[in-house]
Write a new protein. Structure first.
Length: 348
């Protein structure tokens, strides 16, 4: 089950807020209008031209900011973008109110088709892992590789610590929870979320905690916050019950792209025991287990995840392709210089 109300714990180089959302150094934000949905896109200028595109998709209650640390570590390898799913981060709700896994996947596909950036290296965490699994299964032409961090794939025995998140899917529960927790401060909420989502909440710096509280306060002011949470939670539960070709495990088996699976040993929301099942389901998979990580390894251990991503791209031939392209351009430049030198010598 996915994380709930997950705040961003930013790196130390976070700048003041721009508009309503926090922007880290080197990041840019833009709004993209698509049929039926408007998405906020966070990006980093690539270290050089010609890098392959990547797209990062967050989990339930998260936002594009959840990927800032990992994106910064990969900006010399991929041309990265992270989106705010409809109703989360700085993206408004979808016009049709569809928060199902399929609805979110449709928004991702629309963005990729409209931007022309595909095929991309696709990343997903938690709910984002279920969404990107569906995207990779139904539109393999859009995906070069797939990286899943604690993907929300169906479990027969859901962990007890994940039950409260699942209960949000029950009609009326979100409203009841809102009333019961009306007196909770943003600080109390953030501490609860960090205890649930991090393997070691003590890794969060005081500055990171303050920024997370500010982000929580901002989200709680959004009139659609709880509705987006409840409907998306319901979407996950419904996706868990689908069978046949629409079942998430069946779709995992259909994924053709080389896949990196990252699981945390202290994950209280996605069972660590599901790691081996996932490794068997994805036909071209690599499994990385982090014993001390919780539900958001890309935020807790971004360096380790970045190294694993680089290894995935190396094994998939993507880094070699980049080097070959750079070598070809260098050779072309050298040939051009030789031709210019020849012309000059002939002219002289």
């Amino acid at each position: 089950m996915s994380s709930t109300e997950l705040p961003f714990v930013p790196p130390a180089n976070v700048l003041p807020k721009v508009g309503t959302v926090r922007v880290a150094e080197g990041e840019r934000l833009r709004s993209v209008e698509l049929p039926g949905v408007t998405l906020t896109i966070r990006s980093r200028p690539p270290a050089r031209e010609g890098l392959p595109p990547a797209l990062f998709v967050h989990g339930l209650g998260g936002s594009s900011q959840n990927w800032s640390a990992l994106m910064a570590l990969l900006d010399g390898v991929v041309d990265g973008e992270a989106l705010d799913l409809p109703g989360f981060g700085d993206s408004p709700p979808p016009d049709d109110g569809d928060y199902s896994v399929t609805g979110h996947a449709r928004a991702v596909i629309r963005h990729l088709d409209a931007s022309g950036r595909g095929p991309v290296h696709l990343f997903g965490n938690s709910l984002g892992g279920a969404i990107t699994t569906r995207v990779a299964a139904v539109r393999p032409d859009l995906v070069r590789t797939l990286t899943l961090v604690s993907p929300a794939l169906p479990e027969i025995r859901v962990q007890r610590s994940a039950v409260p998140t699942g209960l949000l899917a029950v009609p009326g529960v979100a409203l009841l929870f809102t009333r019961l927790t009306r007196e909770w401060t943003a600080e109390q909420r953030v501490r609860g979320v960090m205890a649930l989502c991090y393997g070691d909440p003590g890794r969060v710096t005081p500055e990171g905690f303050r920024n997370a509280v500010q982000e929580m306060e901002r989200r709680l002011r959004l009139p659609y916050f709880w509705d987006a949470m409840a409907r998306s939670a319901r979407g996950i539960v419904n996706a868990y019950t689908l069978g046949g070709q629409q079942g998430l495990w069946r779709q995992a088996e259909r994924v053709l792209a080389p896949t990196l699976l990252v699981y945390g040993g202290r994950d209280q929301l996605v069972g660590f025991r599901m790691a081996q099942k996932a490794a068997r389901a994805f036909r071209d998979s690599r499994l990385v287990t982090l014993p001390d990580a919780g539900h958001v390894a890309m935020m807790e251990y971004p360096e380790t995840v970045a190294l694993s991503v680089r290894e995935l791209l190396e094994e998939a031939g993507e880094l070699g392709t980049q080097r070959a392209r750079r070598a070809d351009r260098a050779d072309a430049g050298g040939d051009a210089a030789d031709e210019e030198g020849t012309d000059e010598s002939m002219g002289g």
